[in-house]
Write a protein that binds this ligand. Structure first.
Ligand SMILES: [Zn+2]
Length: 213
């Protein structure tokens, strides 16, 4: 799925990951046998490893913002979750903008968008503050070549997650796919290592847009 935290030499977005932030290792994953079906878990799991509705297992990665080089094409799973859940600006990490028409988001057409787009669009890109919505449109190369809409969203509903899907085999958990997008409540969430929180944009008002150039 296309995603693109903005890039600017003088400012690294809050949600961008850094090369010094090392992800967890696959051998930490274990099979948990609880009340229901087996589910994906960590060997030494703690409560912070699960998030969202349904206690989805979240991908582990170090929190070391500013260490190494910024990776503009890759969002940090932990900071993406915080920004999207708590409605913080994806660029500065401060409060996202909200007015009488709702929260400030950018959106562009993606393959899975419904015919009602931008209404009911699903997005993993957290909202923005007033200052950084302009900066994003000016400086993100992806946004500069795409038709981008500036939106006010009254009901950005928590929808689901994406991540790496695992299947339980005789040899333990195995994965063959890169990414899977699942709504909260989906039984396959028990085998997902999540890395993105998604909201569905409802009650959308288009307040600007077009090609940024
Ligand atoms: Zn901001």
């Amino acid at each position: 799925m296309a995603e693109c935290p903005i890039r600017k030499p003088s400012m690294v977005p809050y949600v961008a990951s850094w090369s010094g932030e090392v992800a967890g290792f696959e051998d930490e994953l274990v099979v948990q046998l609880g009340r229901g079906e087996p589910r994906l878990g960590y060997r030494n799991e703690c409560p912070e490893d699960r998030a969202g509705s349904g206690d989805v297992l979240w991908g582990r990665i170090e929190e070391a913002r500013g260490v190494g080089r910024p990776q503009f094409d890759s969002m940090h799973p932990g900071r993406q979750y915080i920004a999207m859940y708590a409605m913080k600006c994806q660029v500065c990490g401060g409060p996202a903008s909200k007015n009488k028409d709702g929260w400030l988001f950018l959106d562009w057409r993606k393959p899975q968008d419904p015919p009602t787009w931008p209404e009911r669009s699903l997005t993993a890109m957290p909202p923005l503050c007033d200052a950084h919505v302009r900066l994003s449109m000016e400086e993100c190369p992806h946004l500069r070549s795409t038709e981008v809409l500036v939106l006010r969203v009254w009901t950005p509903r928590l929808w689901g997650v994406s991540g790496t899907p695992y299947t339980l085999t005789a040899d333990g958990w195995r994965t063959h796919e890169h990414d899977s997008l699942l709504p909260f409540g989906d039984p396959n969430l028990r085998g997902l290592l999540a890395s993105r929180l998604y909201r569905e944009l409802r009650n959308v008002t288009v307040v600007g847009g077009g090609l940024a150039d």
